[in-house]
Write a protein that binds this ligand. Structure first.
Ligand code: SIN
Length: 357
């Protein structure tokens, strides 16, 4: 991990405008001495210095998030004719889960797409509503929530913390993996299960009788391999791309919760961009978002097929009756109350998820 620098919002942007202003100032002082032409060409060179956006994330480059980050890079660089350079750092190369949020606040990176579960630390407990089990009956229901007023309102909550939310990116429904079969609620008892940093996810696992443990995604493979952890929950895309299926013996297709992302930027950096650049980047992000959201569901299906085909673990799909028992054990309304998620928000999500599109 790189050490975090002091808070300097311009740092990642290399502030070309500031550099040019300083340079032109000194050129005027010496112009009378006949080197104005030289100054002009130096200042033009500075004007061509690209604005750099460092985009850090914690999954591999071939996941849907990784591919969408690269799509954004391609479109942003193409459409700004090289005035912007996007450097994408996948798989926790720069920062692990929580560290990347600190890095964004400090301006050490400019762009992230963390799981919503990780945003409660900056935007408040309501972000954990997305962690409530069995709240979204299907993908379309989740989409209605993020595309509507609730989605907009939640992103605005990041702004007082110097973070601007620009888009939601899909991943998919989570499954459980473990080193023993998870067929019923009682099977979780005493298992050490990795979760993301979310109070709701901690409580979800406690409610099942497990011992939850928060750890960064990049550490999960090793913890499972060495037996420090017994299991985890994630989407098939994340299971296969982190090779977790190679160190687990069982997978249960529980689809108990939805994993989604918010694309966020350092607000001071974003607001200081020249308006034409910002508009172009927003257009590039809209198109990268459409690409991401159009492939996520199919890619999760494909990832589950790959896990099955690997023959490395046995896969169990609970019956409707078994899932009903899980739902009873994991009542979202009571979990929300324990995690400080506003009851009005839970109600509004329940209404939105039931309204047909
Ligand atoms: C991610 O998909 O970005 C991370 C999810 C996790 O930490 O499990």
């Amino acid at each position: 991990m790189k050490p975090l620098p002091q808070a300097t919002p311009d740092r990642g942007a290399r502030s070309p405008r500031r550099a040019i202003t300083a340079l032109l100032g000194s050129c005027m002082l010496v112009a009378g001495q006949g080197i104005a032409t030289l100054c002009m060409s130096v200042s033009q060179a500075y004007a061509q210095t690209p604005i750099v956006i460092q985009f850090s994330h914690v999954v591999t480059a071939d996941t849907v998030k990784g591919r969408a980050a690269l799509k954004f890079k391609e479109l942003a660089e193409q459409r700004t004719n090289g005035r912007v350079r996007v450097e994408v750092y996948p798989n926790s190369q720069l920062y692990k889960d929580r560290e990347e949020l600190d890095a964004l606040s400090l301006g050490a990176v400019q762009m992230l797409a963390p799981a919503l579960s990780k945003l409660a630390g900056v935007g408040g407990s309501d972000f954990e509503a997305f962690d409530l089990p069995f709240l979204f009956p299907d993908h379309a229901a989740y989409r209605r929530v993020v595309d509507g007023a609730i989605g907009v309102e939640l992103l605005l909550r990041l702004e007082p913390k110097g973070i601007k939310g620009l888009a939601y990116w899909d991943n998919g429904f989570k499954v459980f993996t473990a080193n023993r079969p998870l067929l019923a609620v009682r099977d979780f008892r005493g298992l050490r299960i990795r979760v993301q940093a979310s109070r709701t996810l901690l409580k979800q696992m406690q409610q099942l009788g497990a011992e939850p443990s928060i750890s960064p995604l990049i550490n999960v493979f090793e913890a499972l391999r060495t037996g420090k952890l017994d299991g985890e929950e994630n989407t098939p895309i994340n299971v296969v791309s982190q090779r977790l299926h190679e160190v687990q013996s069982h997978l249960t297709v529980s689809n108990h919760g939805y994993l989604a992302y918010a694309v966020i930027v350092n607000k001071a950096f974003w607001d200081k961009l020249p308006a034409d650049i910002r508009n172009t980047l927003e257009g590039a992000l809209r198109d990268a978002t459409a690409f991401e959201n159009s492939i996520a569901e199919a890619e999760n299906t494909r990832a589950l097929e790959r896990i099955k085909a690997s023959g490395k673990l046995s896969i169990y799909t609970p019956s409707a009756q078994e899932l009903a028992q899980w739902r009873t054990a994991l009542d979202p309304v009571s979990l929300a109350a324990q995690s400080g998620i506003r009851p009005e928000l839970v109600k509004a999500i329940q209404v939105a998820t039931r309204v047909p599109p």
